[in-house]
Structures are given as C-alpha cells and as structure tokens.
Write a protein that binds this ligand. Sequence first.
Ligand code: BEZ
Length: 216
Amino acid sequence: MALRLGDVAPDFTAETTEGPISFHHWQGSGWAVLFSHPRDFTPVCTTELGAVSALKAQFERRNVKVIGLSVDPLAEHHRWKGDIADVTGHALNFPLIADPDRRVATLYDMVHPNASDTATVRSVFVIGPDHKVKLTLTYPASTGRNFHELLRVIDSLQLTARHSVATPADWQAGEDVIIVPAVSDEDARSRFPGFVAKKPYLRVTPQPAGAKAEGA
Ligand code: BEZ
C-alpha cells in the first residue's frame, strides 16, 4: 500500500555505495530524504545525482541526510559514479541503495507498473526525526526534479514543525508566514505581536527565528 503522510517510513537493511545500512539507524536523530531514480546510466538521473551532490552542504546545514535508490546492482552504481562526476562536475557524495530485487522499492511503492514494470519512478520521501513521512513527491522518469524546491519545502517543514505557522504559496525562507487558524487572535497577539490580519482567517507575521535560508 502507498505510504501516506504521517506513516512511519518502513525500516529496511540494504547495500549501498557507502556500505550496508539499516535505514532508521543510518538516519539517526535528524531528517532524511530518500529518493529513487529509474536506472543507472540514464541521462536525467545522471544530472539529478550530480545536482544533489552539489547541494550536499545545503542538506547538511538543515540536518538532513540524503540517500538515493535504484533497482540496479551495486557494481553498476560504482561504475556509474565516474560518469556523474565527469558530466556534472560533482562526485557522488551520498549513498546510493542497490535494490536489484526491488525489496525497498516495493516497500516504498516506488515502482508504478502503469508507468514502468521494471524501473522505479522518481519518488521522494522527506522523513522527520521521528521516522515519519513528512512529504512525498512523485515525478515521471522524463522529468528531472528541482532540488532547490526540495530544500525550500524542507525549510517549510522544519519551520512549521517548530512554530504554529504555515507557509504561503511560493514562500522562501525568510519571508513572512501565516499564523495557523488554530491559534486564537488573543494567543496570536502574545505569540506573534504586530501580526497583520489580511482577512480574519489570514494573519501574516514575520518568520519566527530559527529557520535557515538556502545559502545561509
Ligand atoms: C533518465 O534518467 O534520463 C530516464 C530514465 C528512464 C526513462 C527516461 C529517462
């Protein structure tokens, strides 16, 4: 069955390019991004893995570990690494799960038979320190992901986990946020002094301190 927001991200053991892992133990007490790509030695995937490697420091700054997965064997992952560095200028710097028997892909519903019987789609799971799924994305094989957008949503997830706020459309870290409807006006006056009510249900306030902006 498909994983839903709030579900515990299933634990598993797997071989990766950085050695065997037990997923929850590997994640530790921080955040994790688990993402699948269709196959090794494919063009879009090559650009994606270089893009994520280039952003590793941005993920680390947010206390997020990143791990990729495809249904190819470990030896293929290692062989492909050279191409990723060659084409993108960024050496692979995070683990890639080798899942030739599709055990993990099945656990996370990453194979969508009406898209492809054999390859994983481009799934993304953002997993919180409590090992629960906080966000999912699914892209087709033909569309590479925007990993800056992934950092943006992680900023929102981490901010809204700490404060009673939500983030508006196209929000970027550092911009104004919305006070959640569950907070009464009376509470809002003490917790978010000076907030602006654009409508009774749409109250805007500066971003509370603590969230990190991309590049900060
Ligand atoms: C790619 O990564 O380029 C790709 C993989 C499978 C189908 C289409 C594109």
